[in-house]
Design a protein around this ligand. Sequence first.
Ligand SMILES: [Cu+2]
Length: 218
Amino acid sequence: MKFLLTIQLCLLAIIVAGLNVADVQAQEPTEATAELADVDGNVVGQATLVSGAEGLQIQVELTGLNTTEGEHGIHVHEVGSCTPDFTAAGGHYNPFGAEAGQAAGDMNLQNMDLAADGSGSFEFTSDALTLGAGEATLFDDDGSAIVVHAEPNDEVGGAGARLACGIIVASSADMVESPAALPQTGGDSSSSLPLLAIIMGSLMLLVGGLPRLVHKAS
Ligand SMILES: [Cu+2]
């Protein structure tokens, strides 16, 4: 009987350990990217979004966007779609219903400065946007996109035609538990594991033993 209990406990320990590994929760993304393409589908740049202490750091690098030299409006738009054309990205992302020109997606009306060859860099830290959960998440039901325009911003964030668009995607490395974090999870579960195993083992024993008791009694 003791031997049987040992086997049961061993099996249970394995099952419980397995359950704990499977129960690793998806983490909130802290990094995201967007590949920007022009209206012809040519890749013209990359955006990198990183959650930091001061907010969401948005960095955009463009190379070879076919447009005029100078300032161009750049925004976060409310839908993570650039097809069939860039109007699919919708208006400026405005999770708090702010006035035009004050929306989180307006990125405080900063322009991106492009050289004659269509290259340029843009950096902005937003305290209004987040990759994590919450009202201002870029990962709401329909996602979000970054759009570069033909003109500089006017006072309400109008900036002319949409020249480049990129859907914001969470960096995959953030979405899965990193191997380094696994031992910690394992360590947490190991403390509760023997207790769980004993409880479940006892339950099984009880259930297994009951018919015999019933049989004896009758
Ligand atoms: Cu825009």
